[in-house]
Every structure is written in structure tokens, then in C-alpha cells.
Design a binder for this molecule. Structure first.
Ligand code: NDP
Length: 244
């Protein structure tokens, strides 16, 4: 039977590519969204391309909702073997102007979500002696970014989570890794003014934006059997923009 992969926030730019690549690799793919409405069109578009995904509404910042989500997915689809913590938001502004709400919503969505969503699935993975937890962080969690104290802190926090959980579950065949993309050609990045985009590209040694499919390839590799010796890692995918 096909292994089951859950991708949070799978209807966004990078998430859609991850869902598709995992499906191409033979996984049964489940995804989540927080704002109801768009899933109908997204599922229809994916079906037209030959992809059949399971989709559930769930706010990843809400602990109880995530526990309920896990119960539903397990009952209706099956045991989740691969978890991609991909859902994320930004609320950019300088620290001086940042409100407590701007801080809290990003921490809850981008960092607390790792606890909320990983918690109900990790025991099943260790019990079955196989599992993959892949956390989508950001280059800005490594190097910081003007106007992103909240986002950079949350994305940096993912690395500590990854390295600690990786040590706790390694003997049980479960790996935990972080993927840190740089600038990826999603709608959001493509929507910025041409001259700003060109300035961004000028700062990337490979001289282009990354593709969502490139991030998805990496995630799919980490999800596989052959990636069992990679754990507690943070894998940068940023065109050389930040090397460490
Ligand atoms: P998008 O904004 O396109 O997608 C984000 C997804 O997260 C959406 O599907 C959204 O669903 C979901 N989401 C947001 N808040 C919640 C919530 N509270 N509960 C559940 N789902 C939620 O972003 P990208 O595809 O660009 O980014 C995906 C990940 O990659 C993010 O974690 C981002 O930080 C990271 N990243 C992106 C980069 C880029 O260049 N694009 C660079 C580096 C990292 P809904 O609309 O229904 O809320």
C-alpha cells in the first residue's frame, strides 16, 4: 500500500509542487488549508492535471484543531508516514513598528504549528519504525532579514526543534530534517516589481530564482527510504545566496 504523506498548507506556491512531486513518487497525499473556499478550485485544477489529493481544513496554529485533524485523517485516509510542515505566513514590519499581534500570529503559525501537527503523528511513526518529518524553514531563519524579526525567529526556531526531535526518534527509523529555501519563484515573489526582483536575482550567485519544483524534489528525496541516514539536518536550497 502507498505510504501516506501530509503536507500542511499544500495549496500554496511551494506546497502545490510538493504535493505533486510526492504524488508522482507514489505517495497518497493529504493536504490542509486554513481559509475555506479555495480548496474547491484547487482540487479541481489538480484533478484536471491527474492528481487526486485529500484536503482538510485546519488552522495549524490551533492545537486542538490539529489533534482533531489527525484523528480524521487516520480514520478516513490512514496512518501518516511522512509529514511536511510547510504552512507558513509572514507579517513583515520593522521591530519598532511590530505589534504583539504581528509577532504572535507568525510564531503561532510558523513555529507552534510544528508542535501542534507533529505531536499527534510522531508516536505512530515510531511505533511503525518508519517516519519522515520535513520542516520548511527559510534562508531568513539562517541569515535574518530586515523587517522580519518575527518570521526569522520562528524559522530559526525550527532548526532547534528539528535537531532535538531528530535525536529523540532516530533509533525508531524516523528522520527529522529542515529545508531552508531562498527566493523561490512563487506568485508572491513574482508579484514584486520587476526592478526589485532583478535586484534580488543579482544577489543570488546562480543568477535566478529557485523553482517550487526544486524544493519539492528535495522534500521528496528526504521522504524516501534512501534518505534514512539524513537526520537533524538543515538543507539550504538558495542558489548560493547564503552559505554556511
Ligand atoms: P504560500 O503563501 O503560497 O502558501 C502558504 C500556505 O500555508 C497556504 O496554502 C496557506 O493556506 C497555508 N497557511 C497559512 N496559514 C495557515 C494556517 N494558520 N493554518 C493552515 N495553513 C495555513 O507560501 P509559499 O508556498 O511561498 O511558502 C510555503 C513555505 O515555504 C512557507 O513555510 C514559507 O515560509 C516557506 N518559504 C517560502 C519561500 C518563497 O520564496 N516562497 C522562501 C522560503 C521559505 P491558506 O491560504 O488556506 O491559509
Amino acid at each position: 500500500m502507498a505510504r501516506i504523506a501530509l503536507v500542511t498548507g499544500g495549496m500554496g506556491g511551494i506546497g502545490t509542487a510538493i504535493c505533486q512531486k510526492l504524488a508522482d513518487a507514489g505517495y497518497t497525499v493529504v493536504t490542509t488549508y486554513s481559509r475555506p473556499g479555495k480548496e474547491i478550485q484547487w482540487l479541481a485544477d489538480q484533478k484536471e492535471k491527474g492528481y487526486l489529493f485529500h484536503a482538510y481544513q485546519c488552522d495549524v496554529a490551533d492545537y486542538d484543531a490539529c489533534q482533531a485533524l489527525a484523528v480524521r485523517i487516520t480514520a478516513e485516509v490512514g496512518q501518516v508516514d511522512i509529514l511536511v510542515n510547510n504552512a507558513g505566513i509572514t507579517k513583515d514590519t520593522t521591530f519598532r513598528k511590530m505589534s504583539k499581534v504581528d509577532w504572535d500570529v507568525v510564531m503561532r503559525t510558523d513555529l507552534d504549528s510544528l508542535f501542534n501537527v507533529t505531536k499527534p503523528f510522531i508516536d505512530g511513526m515510531t511505533d511503525r519504525n518508519f517516519g519522515r518529518v520535513i520542516n520548511i524553514s527559510s534562508i531568513n531563519g539562517q541569515k535574518g532579514q530586515f523587517g522580519q524579526t518575527n518570521y526569522s525567529a520562528a524559522k530559526a526556531g525550527m532548526h532547534g526543534f528539528t535537531k532535538s526531535l531528530a535525536q529523540e526518534v532516530a533509533k525508531k527509523g524516523v528522520t527529522v530534517n529542515t529545508v531552508s529555501p531562498g527566493y523561490i519563484a512563487t506568485e508572491m515573489v513574482m508579484a514584486v516589481k520587476e526592478e526589485i526582483r532583478q535586484a534580488i536575482i543579482a544577489g543570488i550567485p546562480v543568477n535566478r530564482l529557485g523553482l517550487p519544483e526544486e524544493v519539492a524534489e528535495l522534500v521528496t528525496y528526504l521522504a524516501g527510504e534512501r534518505a534514512g541516514f539524513i537526520t537533524g539536518s538543515n538543507i539550504a536550497i538558495n542558489g548560493g545566496q547564503h552559505m554556511f
